[in-house]
Design a protein around this ligand. Structure first.
Ligand SMILES: [Zn+2]
Length: 110
């Protein structure tokens, strides 16, 4: 027997999805081009430059960056998407709990 969840329908749905959360990261991923630094590489002269994936996030008000190997780019993109979903779900559960409290207050008044 499980105790009924102290939440509403919206909260239940969000919690259900939260249970299935996969690896996530709260950062954003962008593509940029840069020189590799090898003076004999084509990029040192006329290009094209190398495409690199850059992960950026804020840490204590400072923007941090990390290069992502191209072969991991798509994997990291799924972490970023999952991170956004997590943020949305946290907001949804918080809202559901506020509404839950409000509805309890109303029903106990009458
Ligand atoms: Zn190069």
């Amino acid at each position: 027997m499980t105790r009924p969840l102290m939440t509403n329908e919206q909260g239940k749905k969000a919690l259900e999805r939260l249970r299935k959360i996969k690896p996530f990261i709260q950062a954003s991923l962008s593509l940029t081009r840069k020189r590799c630094g090898n003076p004999r590489c084509r990029c040192a002269q006329e290009g094209p430059f190398h495409e690199v994936a850059l992960l950026t996030w804020k840490e204590e008000k400072r923007t941090r960056t990390l290069y992502v190997p191209m072969k991991l780019r798509q994997e990291v993109e799924t972490w970023v998407q999952e991170g956004k979903l997590l943020k949305r779900l946290v907001a949804e559960v918080s809202q559901a709990q506020r509404e839950f409290l409000t509805s309890k207050k109303k029903s106990s008044k009458g």
